[in-house]
Design a protein around this ligand. Structure first.
Ligand code: DC
Length: 226
C-alpha cells in the first residue's frame, strides 16, 4: 500500500494507546513519530528538578518562561533528551504524571511545545500524538484520529506498562491520575482536549493493535484512493 505524504494527528484521553498506535504506524508507513506529550513531560521534569513547581502545583511562571528560552528538549536514540541527558525513563514516572497537566496549562509552555512540533512536522510523513494536534498544532492535518477507551482498561494497560519498565504502579493511583489528567486537559483555557470536527473516533477498548491497523488502512484506502 503506498501511503501519500500526509500528517496523521492522533489525539485523545490519557493512556488510550495513542503513542503505541502512533509508533506502529510510523514503523509500518516509514513515517516520523513525534510524541508531543513527551515534550510536556520534559518541561515538567525540568520544572520539578529546578524547583519551579511546588508540591501543591504552584508554578513559578516567570522563571519557567525565562528558562524555556534555553531549554533544549529533543528526541534522540532511546527517546527524549534534555541537552545530552536521556530522560525517557524519568519523564514516565508518576511524579511527572502528577504535575504534567498543570504545567501544560501554562500558555508559554504550550507555545514552546507548539513551536518545536511545527518545526519537526514541516516535512509531512509524520504521525504525531497528543491532546491538541488536530485542533491547534496541525489543524490542516490530512488525517485526524480521536482515541478513546474504557477507563478501567486504560488504567490496567498503563499500570502493566509501568510494571514492565520496573516502575511501581498502584492501579487505583494510576486510575486516579488518568481521570485527573483527563479533567484538567479537557477543561483548561488554552487548547483543551477536544475532538476536532473532522476527526474520526476510534474506541479501541476491545481492539488489538492489528485490528487498529486494519481499521486505519481501510480509512486511508477509502480517503486517499491507495
Ligand atoms: O500523552 P501523555 O500522557 O504523555 O501527555 C502528558 C500530558 O501532556 C497530558 O496529560 C497533557 C499534556 N499534553 C497536552 O496538553 N497537549 C498535548 N498535545 C500532549 C500532551
Amino acid at each position: 500500500m503506498h501511503i501519500p505524504d500526509i500528517i496523521i494527528a492522533i489525539d485523545g484521553y490519557s493512556s488510550t494507546g495513542k503513542s503505541s498506535f502512533a509508533k506502529v504506524i510510523a514503523n509500518d508507513f516509514s513515517f516520523l513519530y513525534l510524541d508531543s506529550g513527551a515534550l510536556y513531560r520534559g518541561v515538567t521534569l525540568f520544572a520539578i528538578e529546578n524547583g519551579l513547581i511546588s508540591d501543591d502545583c504552584t508554578i513559578d511562571v516567570p522563571e519557567l518562561e525565562k528558562a524555556l528560552d534555553s531549554l533544549d528538549i529533543h528526541f534522540g536514540e532511546g527517546g527524549t533528551y534534555i541537552g545530552d541527558r536521556c530522560v525517557e525513563q524519568d519523564i514516565r514516572s508518576l511524579a511527572v504524571a502528577d504535575k504534567v497537566s498543570p504545567i501544560a496549562t501554562v500558555s508559554q509552555v504550550r507555545s514552546y511545545v507548539d513551536r518545536k512540533l511545527r518545526e519537526f512536522g514541516r516535512k509531512k510523513r509524520v504521525v504525531m500524538d497528543g491532546r491538541d494536534i488536530g485542533t491547534t498544532v496541525f489543524p490542516d492535518a490530512e488525517l485526524k484520529i480521536f482515541m478513546t477507551a474504557d477507563t478501567d482498561v486504560r488504567a490496567g494497560r498503563r499500570a502493566a506498562e509501568m510494571k514492565a519498565k520496573g516502575m511501581e504502579a498502584d492501579i487505583e493511583e494510576v486510575r486516579k491520575n488518568l481521570l485527573e489528567r483527563d479533567y484538567i486537559d479537557s477543561h483548561r483555557e488554552i487548547s483543551p482536549l477536544s475532538k476536532a470536527a473532522d476527526a474520526i473516533e476510534l474506541d479501541n477498548t476491545h481492539m488489538t493493535m492489528q485490528d487498529q491497523m486494519v481499521w486505519l488502512k481501510k480509512i486511508i484506502a477509502e480517503r486517499f484512493g491507495c
